[in-house]
Design a protein around this ligand. Structure first.
Ligand code: SF4
Ligand code: SF4
Length: 344
């Protein structure tokens, strides 16, 4: 077995379902990223345009000067069946039901470094990227043969679809690169573009974050504009729509949940209970999960909007009561909008 094969076997023992190697060349998609920034498609994520972010995205050796190989990895997660929801409940993006993937994947990469040390037999330098690092990870994943970048901008693996967490391990070891994934599995399909409630999907397979619910309900700390609030529908954290409609996801053959990925809360939280959570209850329920990222205020803003979209007038007394005691201006604005919708 070659070193590359041994590393792939070691990564698969840790639960990674796709592993590939590529070189730290400047990404061919970097100009698209710069253009995306020029058009302000990053919304409030101004850190993406900072000098360090740009330099590292242009050349990953900014993260690890001695880098000779990027090991690209995919860890699967299980999608929620979108059909099980009852009236009065909200939806949460599937990936967020589990323990925060930043922690889970970081722990696995740390174990993988130990395995590589044993396999390689020498010390080496490394840098682990789990989502938050400035690297164009979907580009490298495609270069390493893990899958193709779909029209919905996500990396799609032929066996596991887009229900995967990507990560990268930059190492100072020279390894044989895998062949890039050359096939465009989207073909003529346009389902994600047609299904996106806010037309956030752009023709060049990028997303306008200013319109995407995954940004608006998570990273965005302010109000959601009135023209987009109806499109939030019942999503109280993130959005799975462009993944749920994707035929590449319907054909996933091998799904299994790792023991450390058990859901930490129900798939469809009750909207009334979610609106009235105390800060302590919010931390207890969501503190170890990605939902924490939206913060107490952002989560309850989303819940109020989902209530406004529910068409259930029975929520009116609860909203009126909450409006009297609400201290946060963003949440109060969402509650008042919801009251206006339900009283129409
Ligand atoms: S996550 Fe939702 S809002 Fe964002 S692009 Fe996909 S379907 Fe559209
Ligand atoms: S829904 Fe169709 S076009 Fe969109 S990513 Fe999936 S296969 Fe590609």
């Amino acid at each position: 077995m070659s070193i590359e094969e041994k590393i792939k076997a070691g990564a698969k023992d840790l639960g990674f379902v796709a592993v590939g190697f590529t070189k730290p060349e400047s990404p061919a998609r970097y100009p698209d990223f710069v253009q995306w920034l020029k058009e302000s498609k990053q919304a409030g994520m101004s850190y993406l345009a900072e000098e360090r972010s740009l330099a590292a995205r242009k050349d990953p050796r900014e993260l690890l000067p001695s880098c000779q190989t990027i090991i690209c990895l995919a860890l699967p997660y299980l999608p929620v069946d979108p059909k099980g929801k009852e009236p009065g409940q909200g939806r949460i993006a599937s990936y967020a039901l589990e323990r925060d993937y930043h922690q889970v994947v970081t722990e696995k990469l740390s174990l993988l470094v130990g395995k590589i040390r044993e396999i390689y037999g020498q010390s080496f330098e490394h840098y682990a990227c789990v989502d938050t690092s400035p690297i164009l990870e979907k580009y490298y994943a495609q270069e390493a043969g893990l899958g193709w970048i779909g029209r919905n901008s996500l990396l799609i693996n032929p066996d596991y679809g887009s229900w995967i967490f990507l990560s990268e391990l930059l190492v100072s070891i020279e390894m044989t690169a895998d062949q890039p994934f050359a096939y465009d599995g989207c073909g003529e399909c346009q389902r994600c573009l047609q299904a996106c409630p806010t037309q956030a999907i752009l023709p060049n397979r990028t997303i306008d974050a200013r319109r995407c619910l995954s940004y608006l309900t998570i990273e965005n700390r302010g109000e959601i504009s009135d023209d987009l609030k109806p499109s939030v529908r019942d999503w109280i954290f993130g959005c799975d729509i462009c993944q749920n409609v994707c035929p590449a996801n319907a054909a996933i053959a091998k799904r299994q949940r790792l023991k450390e990925q058990e859901p930490l809360f129900e798939a469809f939280p009750d909207l009334a209970a979610s609106l009235t959570l105390s800060p302590q209850e919010f931390k207890q329920k969501y503190g170890d999960t990605p939902v924490w990222r939206a913060k107490y205020k952002g989560f309850r803003r989303n819940v109020a909007i989902a209530i406004g979209n529910s068409q259930q007038k029975s929520f009116i007394p609860l909203l009126e009561k909450q409006a009297l005691s609400e201290n946060d201006a963003v949440v109060l604005e969402a509650i008042q909008w919801a009251l206006g919708q339900l009283k129409k």
